[in-house]
Design a protein around this ligand. Structure first.
Ligand code: ADP
Ligand code: MG
Length: 288
């Protein structure tokens, strides 16, 4: 399917998600941008503010293989990456059977991400970062993962350890989700009996890939380039210096957002999405 047709699907899904989810337009744009950029996205907010509803809906829209998991402190690697093969063990070989588990998924939802234990986090880090997995046989294989979406009720704090900070950094897009603010929104929440979005289309991993390629080809306008450089200088003055990897990836993030907005070049207004990209510690999050 040509990228333009896929773009219509994205815009349809955006409308349909927005029709059901109250005051979640920014989050919807963010997850669709993440899907286009193929960079992972993390939503942090209090229980019951629609995080799972949005992320589940996104995964119901995409085709391909999917894997969702709700982490607790007790989640073992087997639940995530597959059990160790018993037949292989009999031959003194240690190898995981990954059928239906995270290493075989195109799209992944990690709920309560920061509850996961070190044993899970270390392997997850490698999958998210390098998109490879070693099933135990020493062979490092590429995983099909396109996008991991995640949710949590709180940020990983520096005192919860390096691992959580590292996993948090693997998510290029990170956003706080706030409870519904407006009176109209509150009324819809209370009196509309159904909030789950009805999506009239689906997208295949191939279509997502075509869209990703098209978005990555959107040129940057001169003004937008200068604006990005100015933003980085401004942030540095405030003591916010996002890592080089984040800065580099910000370029693709803005292209994806521009493409989502039907633009044929990145303009300064598209840089608003970078508010969810260009910071390292949660307290550094820019206001706009
Ligand atoms: N912004 C919202 N728009 C529509 N429904 C919402 C919203 N926030 C919460 N809800 C309702 O509350 C339910 C619980 O939300 P959920 O997605 O499970 O929250 P979370 O994952 O953030 O804890 C949803 O299924 C929905 O019925
Ligand atoms: Mg939830």
């Amino acid at each position: 399917m040509p990228a333009d047709k896929v773009r219509e699907k994205f815009s349809q899904a955006r409308k349909e998600l927005s029709a059901s989810l109250i005051e979640r337009d920014e989050e919807i744009d963010l997850v669709l941008t993440a899907l286009l950029a193929q960079e992972h996205v993390l939503l942090v907010g209090p229980p019951g503010c629609g995080k799972s509803l949005l992320l589940d809906s996104l995964l119901s829209w995409t085709g391909g293989k999917k894997f969702s998991i709700l982490f607790t402190r007790f989640t073992v690697p087997e639940e995530c990456f597959g059990p160790v093969s018993l037949t292989a063990l009999k031959e003194d070989k240690y190898v995981r059977v990954t059928t239906g588990k995270l290493p075989e998924a195109d799209f992944v939802f990690c709920d309560e991400l920061f509850k996961a234990s070190s044993a899970v986090l270390n392997t997850l880090l490698k999958i998210l970062n390098e998109r490879v997995f070693d099933a135990g046989d020493g062979v490092v294989r590429k995983v099909p993962l396109k996008l991991c979406v995640a949710a949590s009720n709180e940020w990983a704090s520096p005192d919860t350890g390096k691992e959580l900070a590292a996993i948090s950094d693997r998510f290029l897009f990170r956003k706080v989700v706030r409870p519904i603010m407006s009176r109209v929104g509150r009324e819809s929440l209370l009196w509309r009996r159904r909030h789950d979005p009805v999506l009239s289309t689906t997208v295949t991993p191939d279509e997502v890939h075509a869209a990703h390629t098209a978005a990555a080809a959107v040129p940057w306008g001169k003004d937008a380039k200068q604006a990005l450089e100015a933003i980085l200088v401004e942030l540095a003055k405030e003591g916010v210096r996002p890592g080089d990897r984040r800065q580099f990836k910000a370029v693709g993030a803005a292209q994806a957002y521009a493409w989502l907005n039907d633009a044929n070049e990145v303009r300064s207004e598209h840089l608003e999405v970078l508010a969810h990209v260009l910071w390292d510690a949660p307290e550094e999050q820019p206001e706009v």
